[in-house]
Design a protein around this ligand. Structure first.
Ligand code: SF4
Length: 116
């Protein structure tokens, strides 16, 4: 049995996932917990948040995030790609910074606008 805490809402239900019985989930108070528990054990994913370098003299770093969750197993490749980016402003909120990061199908996008 694998013990987890559901992170889908502030209730923080304590989940038990049974890999010997088709990843059956107990302890969840709603269906989201069942989905989260199964996925967290079988194929965990996360939204990645970070920053990239800017050539701006006033704003040195641009906050970014993946536009969807990506597998935890490729987190280091995602960060490698993010760390290689250097952008020239202007950059607008939501602008893709990296397309298909680490072959995940997710884009890394800007989470703020920097004009100069
Ligand atoms: S199982 Fe449902 S109620 Fe419990 S923490 Fe997850 S989302 Fe919230």
């Amino acid at each position: 049995m694998i013990d987890l805490i559901c992170i889908c809402c502030p209730e923080g239900c304590r989940l038990q996932v049974d890999p010997d019985h088709d990843y059956a989930v107990t302890g969840n108070r709603c269906p989201r917990g069942e989905t989260y528990g199964r996925e967290e054990v079988i194929s965990p994913v996360r939204i990645v948040t970070s920053t990239v370098r800017l050539t701006s003299e006033t704003v040195p770093r641009l906050p970014v995030k993946t536009d969807r969750p990506v597998p935890k197993s490729v987190m280091f490749q995602v960060m490698d790609e993010i760390n290689r980016v250097v952008l020239n402003p202007p950059v607008r909120l939501g602008q893709p910074v990296i397309s298909d990061v680490a072959g995940t199908g997710a884009d890394v996008v800007a989470t703020r606008t920097v004009t100069a």
